[in-house]
Ligand binder design. Structure first.
Ligand SMILES: *Cc1c(COP(=O)(O)O)cnc(C)c1O
Length: 460
């Protein structure tokens, strides 16, 4: 099928371009300060290469754009909803779909439906919005990911796996009736985009089922995870991403999903499940928070674009290219001796800030400092995934100091070219050579919820 065996070669050509602004270092120093040294507070037009996130920053295809013109904007029963329902069933196989405006809308519905205050919610490492919704509902998040996930240099191919012993110990300790459900993230964003193996998903599902506990997949990057299973797990090399994805979901009871990642869209999300009663509850609640159960906060055209993107990205060669881009950037950094989380993640490259800036302690927000320095140096925007993102312990109020203090270079889908990645790599390498000059930060404004989005800092 392939004309080339280089998956880095784009399986698309460019039809429309968006010019970007070139700025000076003095200008970037000024705007970074104005933004409180928080890359979330920069203006997009001041950024040259934007690797803040791969969420909603994707380029849509002509097939998706054409679908936008077919939006059925009826308040109820839009035909785009039914197309989306079919696409979701074709790719994921869940019986019920509840559309939401984005992933966190689905997390809200699932948390409210399944968590009773005081219950425990284990998960394979936390994700910011997922945990926040669980805690808002009175749930207690418990990390049950394998230890390897917390070690940036452990090269286990499935570092996202659930540690079955930790899960079982929790069941023994608190009792299955006090566990709301288990969240399994595929891939695990904050561990560096690390996948979960099929064997682990199956075993997790079996253990949970034995105790009557539901498994809820965070399916946000499930297609990337399916691709990793194809190339890394024995017995899957001849199966398609689509077949693997369906098999993954068969070990779970439902899912929350951000449509802004793997589906090549700019907005959207859904909750899904097999249980009729759970679906009924979520459908009742969605009208309160998102919109009617046949649009969930999305315009008809957005549902159409998401459905089409879902079908497109569920193809082997699309995922092969996606993963090849992050590996290209990651391998350039590795070759220059830059400490990054291994194996290289699917949706981005994660720099180990504590090794990069060994003289800046975590109390001075090592990764936040590095993210800012990268912007000022080269106009490249990245994001902190360390102490600022981890927030505070909800009982003691103390800052959590995660073992992984990283800067994530997230890769939007179909947006940047090889030369852009070369620029990013050169900038990171330059900073590393001059790392002695870097200084830490102190936080001068801390919002109550998801503080990393709006916190402000000053240079020490
Ligand atoms: C982005 C993301 C979410 C939340 O989705 P939104 O669409 O941003 O609300 C949940 N889980 C993971 C793993 C994500 O990356």
């Amino acid at each position: 099928m392939a004309l080339t065996n280089n998956p880095m070669a784009e399986p698309y050509k460019i039809k429309m371009v968006e010019p970007v602004k070139i700025t000076t270092k003095e200008y970037r120093e000024k705007v970074a300060k104005e933004a409180g040294y928080n890359t979330f507070l920069l203006r997009s037009e001041d950024v040259y290469i934007d690797l803040l996130t791969d969420s909603g920053t994707n380029a849509m295809s002509e097939y998706q754009w054409a679908g936008m013109m077919l939006g059925d904007e009826a308040y109820a029963g839009s035909k785009n909803y039914y197309f989306l329902e079919n696409a979701m069933y074709e790719c994921f196989g869940y019986k019920h779909l509840v559309p939401t405006h984005q992933g966190r809308g689905a997390e809200n519905l699932v948390s409210q439906t399944l968590i009773k205050p005081g219950q425990y919610v284990p998960g394979n490492m936390y994700f910011t919005t997922t945990r926040a919704h669980q805690e808002l509902q009175g749930g207690n998040f418990v990390d049950v990911i394998v230890d390897a996930a917390h070690d940036p240099y452990n090269t286990d191919p499935f570092k996202g796996n659930v540690d079955l012993q930790k899960f079982e110990d929790l069941i023994k300790k608190v009792g299955a009736e006090n566990i709301a459900y288990i969240t399994v993230g595929v891939t695990v964003n904050l561990a560096g985009g690390q996948p979960v193996s099929m064997a682990n998903l199956k075993a997790t599902g079996e253990l949970a089922r034995k105790h009557g506990i539901k498994v809820i997949l965070d399916a946000t990057r499930a297609m990337e995870n399916a691709y990793y299973i194809k190339v890394r797990e024995n017995g899957y090399e001849n199966k398609s991403v689509k077949e693997i994805l369906k098999e993954m979901c068969s070990h779970t009871d439902g899912a929350t999903c951000s449509g802004k990642k793997d589906f090549h869209t700019n907005i959207g999300g859904f909750a899904a499940c097999n249980d009729d009663e759970m679906a009924l509850k979520m459908r009742n609640m969605v009208v309160l928070y998102e919109g009617l159960q046949t649009y969930g906060g999305m315009a008809g055209r957005d549902m159409e674009a998401m459905a089409r993107g879902m079908l497109e990205s569920c193809q082997d060669h699309v995922m092969a290219h996606r993963i090849a881009q992050s590996e290209y950037l990651g391998n350039k950094l590795i070759a220059a001796g830059i400490p990054i989380v291994l194996p290289i993640g699917g949706h981005g490259v994660f720099i180990d800030a504590l090794k990069f800036y060994p003289h800046i302690p975590q109390e001075q927000y090592t990764a936040q400092s590095l993210a800012n320095d990268l912007y000022v140096h080269a106009g490249v925007r990245s994001v902190e995934r360390g102490t600022v993102s981890a927030g505070r312990n909800k009982d003691t109020g103390e800052e959590i100091r995660p073992k992984l203090e990283t800067v994530r270079l997230a890769i939007p889908r179909r947006v940047y070219t090889q030369s852009h990645f070369d620029v990013v790599a050169e900038a990171v390498i330059d900073l590393y050579k001059n790392r002695d000059q870097a200084r830490g930060l102190k936080m001068v404004y801390e919002p109550k919820y998801l503080r990393f989005f709006q916190a402000r800092f000053e240079k020490l």
